[in-house]
Ligand binder design. Structure first.
Ligand code: NAP
Length: 410
């Protein structure tokens, strides 16, 4: 946030909040207004599994769940049912999967001291979920999470952890992966340690976290009687198949197993969405680009560039990587812009004047879009901190657009 504020407060930066690309202003309008447009809007949708039963009630994407507990106005109404079941299955073993598992399993007295949205805290206080299964299609040597996040969940007080020790068996290919990849090695070591140091049974009422490996979801089970509610997941057991140096994929073995549960969170990755006029690779969910320069087509022809249009972050590379990864990614895009400016690839203010900020403000005003400046964002920030202070937490999120705009314009 501090980095963000420094950039937003810079005299040469104008901040327009509450403006939606595609409805408040179109991409082609922005490109008419500015010499350079950089798209950095990330990934706000989800990958789908494409298996039967995916839309039964009780199944949500992890993104929706994260939006819900983080107080995103579009996630407030998710209201996941945490009271009709004691078992949740999380599909995927990346850091997002660990985040949602941690929220389900952590004591609510600990969560109450964080900036979690109060509607989520109330629901979690009444939650009956005691057992969480984190299910991956590959093995512990391939788990997508990182050590810091894994340590955090393994460190939850009084949590029973279960890992099948046979799953920890390493093939020569696994040994190779672990030798060459420090992140996978540390994750594997933490999982092995957790497997061997756990007691053989949970004590009564103890929260449980089960790591399940080598299972891929085949279909979701309906609770029957036309209720449309999920009652479990039908998994196919998998084994690994080497498909190239250091790369092993999960393939089905033809043997199946059910896992009963009343809540499923799919944490198999985010997906970027496109806007009108933007070249988009729907298969990969990214904008085709070379070092951040947007290509006119998905064919990869570098001579066909969308002049003045750039991309960075998850929209450029796909939905992986932490903040540091995005920093390098942004530097690469900025270097491309600099190079293009110096080589005269982009029209300049003298060769082709463009309206810029004034033009955008005029367009938004004509459409009755209330653009929120950074000073108004700061008002929201201090109001959230003030509300949080009353409840002894770092902040209390404002979770409706109505309240956000009210504070912003006060
Ligand atoms: P991710 O790390 O790519 O993990 C996706 C998980 O879903 C993997 O376990 C993957 O298994 C599995 N998966 C994908 N397709 C599947 C399918 N069809 N069937 C079954 N399983 C499938 O993605 P993420 O957890 O959404 O995280 C996104 C990025 O944000 C990551 O780079 C993550 O590190 C980062 N992040 C960081 C933090 C943090 O630093 N605290 C917090 C949250 C997120 P395979 O490995 O077999 O493909």
């Amino acid at each position: 946030m501090n980095q963000f504020s420094k950039a937003a407060q810079h005299e040469r930066c104008s901040f327009f909040g509450n403006v939606t690309l595609g409805s408040s202003v179109s991409l082609s309008e922005l490109r008419e207004l500015y010499h350079v447009v950089v798209l950095a809007y990330g990934a706000e949708s989800d990958r789908a599994l494409g298996i039967p039963g995916e839309y039964l009630s009780g199944i949500h994407s992890a993104r929706e769940f994260v939006w819900w507990y983080n107080g995103h106005p579009d996630g407030k109404n998710l209201s996941p049912d945490l009271k009709s079941t004691d078992t949740a299955v999380i599909l995927g073993q990346g850091n997002v999967a660990l985040d949602v598992a941690r929220i389900l399993l952590q004591s609510t007295s600990v969560l109450a001291t964080t900036d979690i949205a109060s509607h989520a805290l109330e629901a979690l206080e009444q939650s009956s979920i005691r057992k969480v299964y984190l299910v991956g299609r590959r093995g512990p040597a391939q788990a997508a999470c990182t050590a810091k996040e894994l340590r955090e969940i393994l460190g939850i007080k009084d949590l029973y952890i279960h890992i099948n020790e046979v799953d920890l068996h390493k093939s020569p290919e696994d040994e190779e992966v672990l030798k060459n990849n420090r992140i996978h090695r540390r994750v594997y070591e933490l999982l092995s340690k957790a497997a061997t140091s756990a007691p053989s049974h949970p004590s009564s009422n103890q929260h449980e976290l089960h790591f399940v490996f080598f299972r891929k979801p085949d279909r979701f089970l309906d609770s029957g009687e036309g209720s449309g509610r999920v009652a479990g997941v039908h998994f196919e057991k998998t084994m690994l198949k080497a498909v190239g140096p250091g790369k092993q994929i999960a393939v089905g073995t033809g043997s199946y197993e059910d896992l009963d549960c009343g809540l499923v969170l799919k944490s198999i990755g985010y997906k970027s969405v496109s806007v009108d006029g933007l070249p988009f690779d729907h298969e990969k969910g990214v904008v085709p680009n070379i070092k951040g320069r947007v290509l006119a087509e998905t064919s990869g022809d570098p001579t066909q560039l969308e002049k003045g249009l750039y991309v960075c972050g998850w929209l450029k590379r796909g939905p992986t990587g932490i903040i540091a990864t995005n920093l390098y990614c942004a530097e690469e895009t900025v270097a491309s812009i600099s190079e293009d400016v110096h080589q005269g690839e982009i029209a300049s203010a003298s060769t082709l004047p463009k309206p810029g900020r004034q033009g955008l403000l005029q367009l938004l005003d004509n459409r009755d879009v209330r653009a929120v400046p950074f000073s108004a964002w700061e008002k929201i920030d201090s109001e959230e901190r003030r509300l949080g202070n009353v409840r002894s937490k770092p902040r209390e999120k404002l979770t409706t657009y109505e309240n956000l705009l009210k504070i912003a314009t006060e």
